[in-house]
Structure formats: structure tokens, C-alpha cells
Write a protein that binds this ligand. Structure first.
Ligand code: 13P
Length: 332
């Protein structure tokens, strides 16, 4: 087993998952504003410290994905965030894409940017302590027309190029392919789009000779859109999500982690629980380990308690730990 494969597999230690704490400046500003917190660079550092500085997270987390800015910052304990994670046995990852822009060939769709100077940036992040990376592509469902085959293919090509650069530099790539929850679409339509996007992705990865064994896939669950009146049962979500993944994802990859995608913390936890239960049915129906890599579903309750105030830190951290415990429990 190569070091890269060993690192990728160790992110799936029993009962552990990955915290996505890699919101860009723009997204972090939005998240904090939603809780009436005015952003500044120092407020963003305190926001990161709220989560990374929580004592005991190593019981539930194998990795944390950081935004590049955070790699250079220190927690309230005056230690670099990455060093304090490493000390607790938690691996540091970094988001390496530079966000999305409208896709020139189809203006209502998004394409992820950031390939230009990627090898240089990855080398720099490695020196700063990162052992894994993440690149996010995003697809919006619009009726039967979007996402277009062109957008699916171009995003897959960029994911493949990123994965190759990350592997070449010796960092495990997490390939995030998000099918947005926003919209009126049915769960069946979401399932089909997950299948189409992942089937294209894995065929393009093979063309680029990306090593399957050291990649981690980060995916959405198959859900009815948030504007669809149908409320999915966790068992329905589990059935469609696993059916899509079993049809589209090769058995050799290191594992699959789920994003929360705007679900409430309870909804994401209950759906992940049903997915894990179904995956273990009859002695195990899935060839890859499964875990979580949530941002919002892990952070939301803590942010509501925190409100940017020092006196609320301990209550907020208790809420974060309680959610981590619930999410971790469904994996075992
Ligand atoms: P959510 O869990 O909030 O969807 O975030 C996951 C993520 O990493 C988005 O890039």
C-alpha cells in the first residue's frame, strides 16, 4: 500500500469523519452574517478557533478541511491551527479550488476554477502542513435540461486534472461533486443526476490515469429539492443514494464522504444513519467505507449559540461536540 492510500484510508478510522471548515472569505462572511456576526479577518479566525479549539474533537474527527487563509493562522492557544490538529492526531486538509464562475458554454451553470497555478499552490500548502486537498464542483438541477452534458464533462475534466496534481504532490485528493439540494426536482431526478455526474467523472478520471485507490469521493445524498413538497424518509434517501453510488462508483476508491448540502443537522444525521444502516445490511452491500464531511450540519447549532461572543464559547463548543457525537454514532 502506498503512503497516499494509507493516508486516504486512515481518514475513515472507525467512528470518525471530516469537518469541512474551508468556507471561502465570501461564504464565511455569509455564514457569520446569518448569525448577525460582522466579519473581519480576526472574526474569521475566532470562528475557526471556535471549532478547531474545541477539546475532544479528536474522538470524532480524522481530518479537518481548512481554507488557505486558516493554514497560516494561529488559534487562541497561539499555536498554528494545523499544528494543533496534528498534535491531536487530526489530519489537515485544504480547499484548493478557487470557487465557481459561470460556464461560458452554458451561462446558467457553474464551472470550478483554480487549475492555473495549482501545482505551485499545492506544494506551498504541503509545506504549511496539509496532507490532503479538496476541490468542489457544483451542479444545479433545472427540470430535465440541467445540468448539461458539457458542464458535467468540463467539471469532470477539471476534477481529474486537480486529482492528478494532488496525487503527484503526494496529497490525498477529495473530489467533491455536489448536486444542489435547491429546487423543485424529485428525489429520482437527483438520483439520476448523481449517477450521470459520477459516471462521467470516473470515466474521465481513468482517461487521466488518476489512481483510484487514493481518492476520496465527496458526494451529495439523493434528496427531493428543498422547494419540492415531498419530504423524503431517511430510508428512501438511503435507498436512492446507495443505488446511485453502487451503479457509478468503482469499488477501488478509498472511500465516500457525504456533504450536508443545506439539510438541517438532524436531517443530515438521520439520512446518514439510514445510509450507513443500509450499507451494512446483509453483511455489507457497499465496497467502500462511508463517512461524513459536513460543514453546515456540524457548525450550525454552535454558531447559533456563539453569536460571536466570548461568553458563549463554551456553550457553543458543547453544542458542536454534541452534534459530532450524534453524527459519529451513526457510523458505528
Ligand atoms: P455542507 O456540509 O455545508 O454542504 O458543506 C460541505 C462542503 O464541503 C461544501 O464545499
Amino acid at each position: 500500500m502506498t503512503d497516499l492510500v494509507a493516508t486516504a484510508r486512515s481518514l475513515f478510522a472507525p467512528g470518525k469523519g471530516i469537518l469541512a471548515a474551508d468556507e471561502s472569505v465570501h461564504t464565511a462572511t455569509e455564514r457569520l452574517a446569518a448569525h448577525n456576526i460582522t466579519t473581519s479577518a480576526e472574526m474569521r479566525r475566532q470562528y475557526r478557533d471556535l471549532f478547531i479549539g474545541t477539546i475532544g474533537i479528536e474522538q470524532y474527527l480524522s481530518g479537518v478541511i481548512l481554507f488557505s487563509e486558516t493554514l497560516l493562522e494561529k488559534g487562541n492557544d497561539k499555536k498554528l491551527f494545523s499544528a494543533s490538529l496534528t498534535k491531536r492526531g487530526i489530519m489537515t486538509g485544504v480547499k484548493v479550488d478557487l470557487g465557481t464562475e459561470p460556464f461560458p458554454a452554458s451561462q446558467h451553470e457553474l464551472i470550478t476554477q483554480g487549475l492555473l497555478d495549482l501545482p505551485e499552490r499545492i506544494a506551498k500548502y504541503k509545506k504549511q502542513g496539509a496532507v490532503f486537498t479538496k476541490w468542489r464542483t457544483v451542479f444545479c438541477i433545472d427540470g430535465g435540461t440541467l445540468p448539461s452534458a458539457q458542464a458535467i464533462h468540463e467539471n469532470a475534466k477539471r476534477l481529474a486534472s486537480y486529482a492528478k496534481d494532488s496525487q503527484t504532490a503526494g496529497l490525498v485528493p477529495i473530489l467533491e461533486s455536489e448536486v444542489l439540494f435547491k429546487g423543485k426536482h424529485s428525489r429520482t431526478r437527483a438520483r439520476t443526476v448523481i449517477e450521470e455526474t459520477l459516471q462521467t467523472l470516473f470515466s474521465v478520471l481513468d482517461e487521466h490515469a488518476v489512481d483510484r485507490a487514493s481518492i476520496i469521493l465527496k458526494t451529495s445524498m439523493a434528496l427531493s429539492g428543498d422547494a419540492n413538497e415531498k419530504k423524503d424518509l431517511p430510508e428512501e434517501v438511503a435507498e436512492d443514494t446507495l443505488a446511485a453510488l453502487l451503479k457509478s462508483v468503482p469499488r477501488q476508491i478509498a472511500g465516500i464522504v457525504f456533504l450536508s448540502g443545506g439539510q438541517t443537522p438532524d436531517q443530515a444525521t438521520d439520512n446518514l444513519s439510514a445510509i450507513c444502516q443500509l450499507s451494512k445490511k446483509d453483511g455489507g452491500t457497499t465496497p467502500w467505507p462511508i463517512s461524513f464531511s459536513f460543514a453546515r450540519a456540524l457548525q450550525e447549532e454552535a454558531l447559533s449559540s456563539w453569536k460571536g461572543k466570548e461568553e458563549n464559547i463554551s456553550v457553543a463548543r458543547a453544542a458542536f461536540l454534541a452534534r459530532l457525537a450524534k453524527v459519529s454514532a451513526v457510523l458505528i
